[in-house]
Every structure is written in C-alpha cells, then in structure tokens.
Write a protein that binds this ligand. Structure first.
Ligand code: C5P
Length: 217
C-alpha cells in the first residue's frame, strides 16, 4: 500500500477582496485519480483548490485557495507520502500587490503587474527522496510531445500525462502517459474515471511496485 498525494483543481490569486485570477479546472481528473488509487488499496491525500465536486469520502482532503497555500500544504504532506500526482492547474501568476479594499473604477485603464507563482510539482520534484516518485500533467496546444518531455525533465517527474485543453472542464479526456525517454506507456481516450484507472495501473506497475522492490532489496 502506498500513500499518494494528489493535487487537484484550480487555485485563485486575489487582486482585491472580491476579484481574482483563476482558470476553469474542474478537479474531475484529480477526483477520478483519487478514486482509482483508493480502489487499488492506497491511501490518498488530496490538496485541492475551490471546486464544485465532492472527493471520495475515504480520501483525506485539504482545501487551499492560492498556489502558495497549495505548495505549503503539499510540502507538509509530501514527506509522509510515497508519491505525488500533480493533476491541479495552479494559477501561474499572482498580482504583485493585493488591495485590501475593493478596487474602485476610475474611468481609466487598470494595469496589472504579475509575478510567477511557485511551481508545486517542480518544487516537490527537486527535493524528492530516492524512494519517492512524482507524476505531472502537461496541457499542450502545440508541439505536445516535445513540450511535455521538456516539462517532465524541468519538473523532475518520473512520468507525465499529456492532454489537451478540452480536458479542463469535461467528463472525458484524451491522454498519453509518457516516460522520460518519450515513450508512450499508455494512450487512451474516454471518461476520466476510466482513464484514471488506466493511469493508476501504469503508476502501480512502473512506480509503486518498483519503489517497493528497491526498498526491499
Ligand atoms: O507548466 P504547466 O502549468 O503546464 O505544468 C503542468 C504541471 O505542473 C501539472 O502537473 C501542474 O499540476 C503542475 N503545476 C504546479 N504548479 C504550478 C503550475 C503547474 O504544480 N504553479
């Protein structure tokens, strides 16, 4: 049995008390992966941004709002976990300043200055122990294989799931699961629930069982 950390859903970066930057991630892929991992007998911790769904009741769920909070929560949880699946779509940018009061309209244009937020998967990947593994997601619209493999390397992932923008809100997805050599270990499309089972079967064989063997060796 492994303990698996799954990031899921979007994060928010506030401009003022009522306005924020975000994206349309639904959390459905993260939830489907949590379900598939639990069905294989694993423990699951889900770190999620605000979503409109209920995660499986057996999963330990940690709610966060911002990308910084998602990173801090994952950094607390990861040492006790065997692996990470980064299915979230954390907001990549945050305003350089957050107004404590609602920003009033002035009739003028409003310029936003943004900083990049930290990358959760890359940060955990760069500090993972030899017995830990990480799986990232890559949502690409051009040159998908090259970009996904570049991302896998940059974020120190053991595997990466390549999907397209149609994945964001849909119940369905079309994915390839790539290894560091660029080989597709899995290529499938269909309901996220079904795809999540297939991804978890490969994660089980390629990462969880291998980690178990090297610990016992
Ligand atoms: O760079 P990009 O956002 O396409 O990378 C996607 C992968 O990186 C996903 O696994 C996502 O969960 C993760 N990510 C992250 N923190 C960010 C941005 C992306 O963990 N700030």
């Amino acid at each position: 049995m492994a303990r698996i950390l799954i990031t899921s859903g979007p994060t928010r970066q506030y401009l003022d008390p009522v306005r924020y930057l975000t994206n349309s991630s639904s959390g459905k892929m993260g939830s489907a992966l949590a379900d598939a991992a639990l069905n294989l007998g694993h423990q699951v911790v889900v770190v999620t941004g605000p979503v409109d769904l209920t995660y499986p009741s057996e999963a330990e769920v940690r709610q966060v709002l911002t990308t910084d909070e998602m990173l801090a929560t994952c950094q607390r949880e990861f040492p006790a976990c065997d692996g990470l699946i980064g299915a979230a779509a954390p907001c990549d940018y945050m305003p350089t300043s957050v107004s404590s009061q609602k920003i009033s309209k002035t009739g003028e244009s409003l310029k936003l200055e943004l900083w990049e937020t930290p990358d959760v998967v890359a940060t955990l990947g760069s500090t993972k122990r030899a017995d830990q593994w990480t799986v990232g997601f890559a949502l690409e619209t051009e040159d998908p294989h090259f970009r996904a493999i570049t991302k896998l390397e940059r974020k120190s992932c053991d595997l990466i799931v390549l999907n397209g923008p149609e994945a964001m809100t849909s119940d369905r997805n079309s994915i390839e699961l790539l290894d560091p050599q660029g080989r597709a270990l899995l290529s499938c499309e269909g309901a996220k629930i079904k795809i999540a089972k297939q991804i978890m079967d490969v994660v089980e064989r390629q990462l969880i069982e291998k980690a178990k063997c090297s610990t016992n060796a």
